[in-house]
Structures are given as C-alpha cells and as structure tokens.
Design a protein around this ligand. Structure first.
Ligand code: GLC
Length: 721
C-alpha cells in the first residue's frame, strides 16, 4: 500500500539535504498560542526542521484537560511548511483521538465488550470525520496492548485479555479511522500502539518493565498487531517498556526483524513520548547525547517530542555511527505515508458541520451494545418506567467521568447528560413515573427516597482519574462508601440494580450479594447515561460480553481464561480444584471471559462438524471444516447472543491454552425463533507460533467448544491426520 509511492518519494528525497531529511523524522510539540512562540516555530518550519506536530502540551495528554486544537493555527503552520518550507512537504498533525473527538464513544475496552467489529468501524468513522474536520490528520490510536492485570490503568485503552478479540477490534478501528481509502478527506492516519508488550507491565504498575518469552510475544502480544498491519495501518508506536531487558525503542529484533520481517509492516514507526531519551534511564545510552543512534539503527523512524533526532542525528551520520542510507529509509517511509494520504493534494483542514445527531445516535448504540448484564436475579430487570424510582450514588450527577480517560475534546455540559437527566427523560417524561435523586452519600435524603421508592438504581463506579496513563491502582474493588450504599439498599427489600461506570473490570465481590442486578455500563462516553437508563428500563436488551475476566479478589490477579494447563489439577478458572488455588478464597473468576446475560434466554443445540477429521495436507492447502450450532430464543423478547467458538489443542510440542477464542458471531434472534450459526475453521485457527515466529500446525485431536462464554462445556472433537 505504501511502497507504490516510493518512486515519487525518492524524487522528493533526492532534493533534500541531510538536515532537511532529519527534519522529517522530527515530531515537535505544538507551539503555545502567543505570536512569539508561533513565529519561532514558523522559522523552524521554513528551515525544514519539523515533519510532524504533536497536538499535545504534556506527556499525559489523557489526564490533563488539554485545550482543543485551533484549526486556523494548524492551517497557518501547514501553509508555512508547504509554501515556505524547502520542499513543500505537508505536516502530519498527530493527536490522541483515542475513542472519540467532540462526541465520545465508550472506552475501547467497552467497545470490545460489544463483540461487534462492524459497529466499531462505523462508530470510528464518525470520530475520524469529526477530528479531521478540525485539522488532526493522524491519531495515536488504536491501542491494542493485551492486558491480564486490571490494576493497570491503561487496560481501559485496549481490548482486554484475548488476542483474537483484540485483533478483530484493532482491525475494525483501523478501518474506521483510515476508511476504505486513506485519501478520503474524512480519513485520518491510524497508529497501532504500543508496540510491544506494554500491557504486561509488572504488577500492573505503569511504565514498569515486562518479562515476556518469545513464545508469549508470538502467540499473545503480537496477535492484534498482525491484524492491524493486515488492515493497512499506516503507523506503529514503539512502547516505553523493555521486553526481558531489551527496550523496544532500541530493539532491531522487535522494530525491524519482527515488525517488518515477520509482519510485513510498510508504514513508519514513531516513538512514544520521550521514549528515545528514556534510553538513558534504561541504561542503554551512556549519556544525553547518546540516545538517537540506538533508536534509528533499530528501525525507529520518527522521534516524538524530545528532539533527539533533531539535535544529534546529523553528528552521528557525520561520525559514521548512523548511515545516511538509514536516514533515507526512514524519510522514504514517512514520505510514502504522507503521499498515500493524499496530503500533498488535500493539505488543509476545512472545517465542516458534521452530523452531530447521527454521531450521538451511534455513540449511544455503541454504549448500549457494550453494556454487560452480569446479574439479574428473579429477572428484576427491566424495571417498569411507570414507577417511583430512586437514583443514588457517586455517578448520579457525574458527567466528565462518563467519558473516561483519553477524551481530550469531548463536549461536556448538557451535551453529555448525567444519570439524573437520563432518568428524568426516560422514567418521568417518557414513562410517566417519578424519580427521586440524591447525591452519593447516605443521609436522611437517601433514607427517605429509599423508603418512598418502588425500584432503586444505584449509580456506582470508579473515578476516571483512577484509570488511564500513570493511573494504576493496587485494589480494584469499589469504595467502602459504595459497598455501604448497596447494603442499605438491600435492607429496603426493594428491587435494586447496581449500574457500574468503570474503566476496568472492577472487583464486585463485596457488592454482588446486595444487588439484585448488576449492569456494567463502563465509562461509556457521551451517551452512557441514556444507554444505561434505557437498558435498565427495557428499551435496550443488554448484549455486551466480558472482554476480560472479573476476578473475585484483587489478589487473584493475574487470572485469565486462556491460561495454559498445569501439571496438577489447579486450573481454578475452569473449576478444577479452585479451592486449591488459595486457602482463603476460591480461585475461580466471579464472571469469566465472554460472560454476559440478557433479558431473554437462549438454548444451544449440540454443535456439529461437517468433518470429524481432516488431512494435514488438505488443511495447509487451504481446506477447512465447518462447525454449526442452532441457537433458539426461548424467552419473551428479541435479543442478541454472542455465539463463541473456542479451541484447545490438548497435546502439542508446546503447552497450549485450555481454551482460545477463535471465532464469534453476534446474532439477533426474535422471540421463539432459532438461528443456525456456522463457523468456517481453517489452518489459522489450529496452529501456533514457535518462539522463533514459525507458524506450525501439528497433527492430533482438537477440542472445540461452542457456547455463550469461555467456560461453556459443549464440546466436539476434530482430528488432524
Ligand atoms: C503518551 C502515551 C501515548 C500517547 C503519547 C502522546 O505518553 O504513552 O499512548 O499517544 O504519549 O500523547
């Protein structure tokens, strides 16, 4: 996709001085808005010292309320670069448009819970249009770090613990941002991050080291990046971390041999914020001046924010530590991407009025499809709208928290209704019911409304400020005040639902016994409140499924479904000797990966396979087999089911996971109707990667599980002979 622009890129390159080439490798921090800063910046543009501008003023853009970008300023800088710069090369304007622009979608972990890649692509198309119209032409998204430790604040930004689901979501998001054609004026360049292994930060502590085997890198961590590269992602961001002592930022193995040699990536690699300079702390660089050559010789093309390439590369080339050919290669990659975007032709931002109403509708649909009903005892939900409803909890009046972290440009105020407003709309105005609300504290008010209501909605959750970058926690339980609130509600004997606005799979063990129903609403974005209330009061039938495991105790972390078998009967995830795991608490999940329930119920037939065995040769030649199952809606209303297919290879040359998700289908089935779901299984679902990256399929039998979540037991066997 990008190589086809190489000849045109070479024509530009041939006219460039070494200094101008190095300028293309430099991403500078946007200037402050005062005229002196802008003029100084323009001077650098005229000299060709800058190839891209990061629209962020600090290292943790997701946590600060960063001022939105000003289109006029971006067009002014772009004009200087194109009309007064040495070769008329347009700038890339990069910004963390992670899960929304002015209309905010649910956090990416919530989108993964939708198990609906097509909807994700549709919703992210809106995000691309919204951001591009204001001048951002490059987003540092999607993040696809596999994570098994929900203490890590950045678990919210990825797609959870499963490589297959993460791959499907990563590809869907890339397609949303980049569209069918990167030249489309509503498309923005996407960035697969953080390459590689950042989600395995030790102890869930952000920025910490990771210890990963090649086997885990190949079979778990790399999986979503393979899909993002296949989807044509234009850029990759290197991660802060090391992998078993080798910083990714200066690793030829990861940045060149694997990313380009094995995955075939053709775009360009940008560092993370100051990650070139941090090679000093990581002990790779002797001193301040000694960082840049380690990075560019490894295959890192563009330097974000710390200006090490800008300051030191020319000297390293003159000293022979870096060849000019290496610089040329990096410049060509960047020019090819800019040409593929049509940036030389479609250079300036032209503000347009986006269809905000349609964006908001899609944001609400995305939020509703992501919400997970974990509990619904005695089918207390959905509540009737015509009722006396009590609403209480820390998220009653909260707006900003609904956006979650990394929502730099989200419209707030009335554009993001809170739970009190949503309840008023849905229950009072539409339903003719009445709503009594109070804040998050237990007091006379709350006692009054508890005793004068017929149904109770608790607006619970975690602060968005305990999620995102540099915001890991050591305990993922809800606060004691919220636990107290749930206990009080239980004492009233009234049907009570806990609506949980969270960024990670918070530990619900302490509140679960006191709630009749639990709905995970996530930090669900601009329309999270309405999506949650419409779900609780029956307009929507919940259909999200857990993209991560919900543990019983923080102390059980890491606990994930695709664990390899043990030599002893202690695989607590699947109930095997769960009590052996810990003397104080059963080591099984509170809710397993893939879990979620509905207002209706579904019955599965025994799955059938069109072959009980398949020859190895025909499999590798591209033949496969099908697995079919009938799913019947035996409940009282239409609903969506996520049919999941897992495979286990019980005997192989290396230990394989007890289950691996290999396919899923989200199907809507009317009351009383039955749907047949058929999965095509081929070689890509039966093999695994050796530590050296070789993909192998080994003969023998394979267990295939089909059902509503990871611990489903309906199984059939297929043999590869
Ligand atoms: C941050 C993050 C990265 C983000 C970049 C630019 O430190 O690690 O995800 O895209 O810097 O803000």
């Amino acid at each position: 996709m990008f190589k086809e622009y190489e000849s045109r890129a070479r024509e530009i390159l041939a006219k460039m001085s070494l200094k101008e080439k190095i300028g293309q490798l430099n991403q500078a921090v946007m200037p402050c808005e005062d005229e002196a800063s802008k003029e100084a910046f323009r001077k650098r543009l005229r000299n060709g010292e800058i190839g891209s501008v990061i629209l962020s003023l600090s290292a943790t853009a997701g946590n600060d309320e960063q001022k939105a970008v000003v289109v006029e300023m971006l067009n002014d800088l772009q004009k200087t670069s194109v009309e007064e710069g040495p070769h008329g090369i347009p700038l890339l304007f990069g910004r963390d448009v992670i899960h929304g622009h002015h209309t905010v979608l649910p956090i990416p972990l919530a989108s993964a819970a939708s198990f609906d890649p097509a909807l994700v692509t549709e919703a992210y198309r809106d995000v691309a249009e919204d951001a591009r119209s204001e001048g951002t032409n490059w987003t540092f998204s999607p993040m696809m770090d596999i994570c098994r430790d929900p203490r890590w604040g950045r678990i919210i930004e990825g797609y959870g613990e499963d490589p297959y689901l993460a791959g499907q979501m990563a590809a869907a998001t890339v397609k949303g941002f980049q569209g069918e054609d990167l030249k489309d004026p509503d498309s923005i360049l996407a960035c697969a991050k953080h390459y590689l292994g950042y989600g395995f930060s030790e102890g869930g502590r952000d920025y910490h080291r990771t210890e990963l085997s090649d086997y885990t890198v190949q079979n778990v961590v790399l999986a979503p990046f393979r899909e993002a590269v296949k989807a044509g992602v234009g850029t990759v961001m290197s991660s802060f971390n090391d992998i078993s002592g080798e910083p990714v930022t200066s690793s030829k193995k990861y940045l060149t041999d694997i990313l380009r040699g094995q995955l075939g990536f053709e775009g360009f690699v940008i560092s993370d914020w100051y990650s070139v300079q941090q090679l000093i702390r990581q002990g790779i660089a002797e001193e301040y001046e000694d960082c840049a050559h380690h990075a560019i010789n490894a295959g890192l093309d563009m330097d974000m924010a710390d200006e090490h390439y800008s300051r030191f590369l020319e000297r390293f080339v003159n000293e022979g530590k870096v060849s000019e050919e290496t610089v040329d290669t990096a410049v060509l990659r960047i020019l090819c991407v800019k040409l593929a975007m049509g940036l030389f032709e479609n250079t300036y931002a032209s503000p347009k009025k986006v269809d905000r109403k349609a964006h908001i509708e899609r944001a609400e649909r995305m939020a509703a499809e992501s919400m997970i009903l974990l509990k619904n005892d005695k089918n207390v939900l959905p509540f009737p709208k015509k009722t006396r409803a009590a609403l209480i909890g820390p998220y009653t009046f909260e707006r900003r928290g609904l956006h979650g972290s990394w929502a730099l440009d989200g419209y707030l105020g009335a554009s993001t209704p809170n739970m009190a407003e949503a309840m008023d709309d849905v229950v009072a105005k539409e339903g003719g019911g009445c709503v009594m609300v109070t804040g998050g504290r237990l007091n006379d008010d709350s006692n009054y409304i508890f005793s004068h209501s017929d149904h109770i909605v608790l607006a619970l959750g975690e602060s968005h400020e305990d999620t995102g970058e540099a915001r890991s926690v050591s305990d993922i339980s809800l606060s004691p005040a919220q636990i107290e609130l749930c206990k009080k509600a239980r004492l009233t004997g009234r049907p009570t639902v806990g609506v949980v606005f969270c960024g990670r799979p918070v530990c619900l063990t302490e509140v679960e016994p006191y709630l009749d129903a639990i709905l995970i609403a996530w930090h669900g974005g601009t329309r999270a409140a309405h999506a949650a209330v419409r779900t609780v009061f029956g307009d929507y039938n919940p259909c999200g499924r857990a993209p991560v495991t919900f543990v019983r105790r923080t102390g059980h972390i890491p606990l994930y479904y695709n664990v390899t078998c043990s030599g002893r009967e202690v695989n607590g995830y699947y109930g095997e000797g769960a009590s052996n795991c810990y003397t104080d608490y059963a080591g099984s999940p509170l809710y397993p990966f893939g879990y979620g329930i509905s207002y209706t119920s579904f019955e599965y037939s025994v799955p059938v396979c069109d072959k009980t065995e398949i020859s190895y040769d025909r499999l590798v030649a591209g033949e496969g087999f099908t697995v079919s199952v009938n799913v019947k809606n035996v409940g009282e209303r239409v609903g969506k089911e996520v049919v999941q297919l897992y495979i286990r290879d019980p005997k192989a040359s290396m230990m394989r996971p007890l289950r691996e998700l290999k396919a899923f289908a989200k199907v809507e089935i009317a009351k009383g109707e039955e749907a047949t779901v058929t999965f095509e299984i081929g070689s890509e679902s039966l093999g695994f990667y050796k530590p050296d990256g070789t993909y192998v399929i080994e003969k023998g039998s394979f267990e295939i599980y089909v059902g509503p979540y990871s611990t489903s037991t309906q199984r059939l066997d297929v043999k590869v002979v």
